[in-house]
Design a binder for this molecule. Structure first.
Ligand code: FES
Length: 121
């Protein structure tokens, strides 16, 4: 059973994706599902965010970008994306779908249902 099949077999919409310290500060790890690659980011303040791993510009892998504050810079053309909303920083326009995350006992829980309102789903 591959990872995507394992995730589809989960009863719940929420899955565990590991501990906060499993993600390097200012880095990300990718959770692959049948529908999406989801980038789970860790900021310098140990805040955790999750966005679709697809830049709203031309689809660059946001998980390979650099986190600055609560933003990530796309590795392809350096658009900045707000981690808390998925919106591109003006003057660029567009959004990456945001996925709810929570941390319980140092373990990251990720919802596989993206928030409404972003067409990049
Ligand atoms: S693909 Fe991300 S900035 Fe162009």
């Amino acid at each position: 059973m591959n990872q995507a099949e394992k995730i589809m077999a989960e009863d719940s919409d929420w899955i565990e994706v590991g501990k906060v310290e499993d993600i390097p500060p200012l880095g990300a790890r990718v959770v692959r599902t049948a529908e999406y690659d989801i980038a789970v980011f860790r900021t310098a303040e140990d805040k955790i965010f999750a966005l679709r791993d697809k830049c709203p510009h031309k689809g660059g892998p946001l998980s390979q970008g650099i986190v600055h504050g609560d933003r990530v810079a796309c590795p392809l053309h350096d658009w900045k994306i707000h981690l808390d909303s998925g919106d591109a920083v003006a003057p660029d326009e567009g959004c990456a779908a945001r996925f709810p995350v929570k941390v319980e006992g140092g373990v990251i829980q990720l919802s596989l249902t993206p928030d409404e309102g972003c067409p990049n789903q």
